[in-house]
Design a protein around this ligand. Structure first.
Ligand SMILES: Cc1cc2nc3c(=O)[nH]c(=O)nc-3n(C[C@H](O)[C@H](O)[C@H](O)COP(=O)(O)O)c2cc1C
Length: 217
């Protein structure tokens, strides 16, 4: 049994160290920690504060097995070949990228063993920017909350390559759709820091392409 972790509370440290934790222990996660993660999720904003979200918490081994099989198939047949043939993520060495792929491979093999999955859902058939912007803030809140509680998690969507089959296996009504699966558990490795490209490469000032000037022009 994993020890109850101490809660980290420095927000910026949590943000900097919330990386995808794909290697998880199968040890159960106490219900009160799952509850705290869900509470953080529903603190997120949604358009008009309509909160049309639903969150499916999956702990049933048979459901995780069925959907985990689809996840692994999507990884093996579609996603892994694409990543392995392509260039590493920007600002990432081939070696580091290969480590990420190894972790993703591990998750694909062990997805069903994560003790708890949280699946954010919305009603309606219009996945896109508008719908996504009313659910992904809740997802990020939950990832940060899990990290603060010493729990590992990953935002995963590659099972959506088999969306229909996965959502049937999850028992979603026909007009409801999942936006991610968050496998959550005690991590085998250590948190963060995350690796990103420099701000100078992604931030502009006033005009597209104009380097960002702190404090304005
Ligand atoms: C929209 C989205 C979908 C993702 N889907 C998957 C996934 O299906 N499987 C996976 O292992 N990681 C998935 N990730 C995690 C990213 O690969 C990860 O966040 C990225 O490589 C940066 O690594 P880090 O989170 O460890 O900093 C996804 C992330 C996002 C934002």
């Amino acid at each position: 049994m994993s020890p109850t972790p101490t809660t980290d509370t420095d927000l910026f440290e949590i943000i900097r160290t919330t990386r995808s934790m794909r290697r998880l222990k199968p040890d159960p996660v106490p219900a009160d920690l799952i509850r705290q993660i869900l509470d953080a999720g529903v603190c997120a904003p949604s358009g008009g504060n309509m909160q049309r979200w639903r969150f499916l918490v999956v702990q049933d081994p048979a459901i995780k097995q069925a959907v985990g099989d689809l996840y692994r198939r999507a990884w093996d047949e579609i996603v892994a070949p694409r990543y392995r043939e392509g260039a590493p993520a920007p600002g990432t060495s081939r070696e580091r990228f290969d480590r990420m792929l190894a972790a993703a491979e591990y998750l694909a093999q062990h997805m069903h063993q994560a003790p708890v999955w949280i699946i954010p859902c919305l009603q309606g058939d219009a996945p896109g920017r508008t719908a996504g912007s009313s659910i992904y803030p809740a997802v990020q809140n939950m990832l940060l909350a899990a990290r603060a509680l010493g729990l590992g998690a990953t935002l995963t969507t590659l099972y959506l390559n088999f969306e229909k089959e996965a959502e049937t296996a999850l028992g979603l009504p026909a007009d409801w759709h999942s936006y991610a699966i968050l496998p959550i558990g005690y991590p085998r490795g250590r948190f963060g820091p995350v690796k990103r490209v420099a701000l100078a490469d992604v931030v502009f000032s006033d005009q597209w392409g104009r380097p960002y000037q702190e404090g304005g022009r």
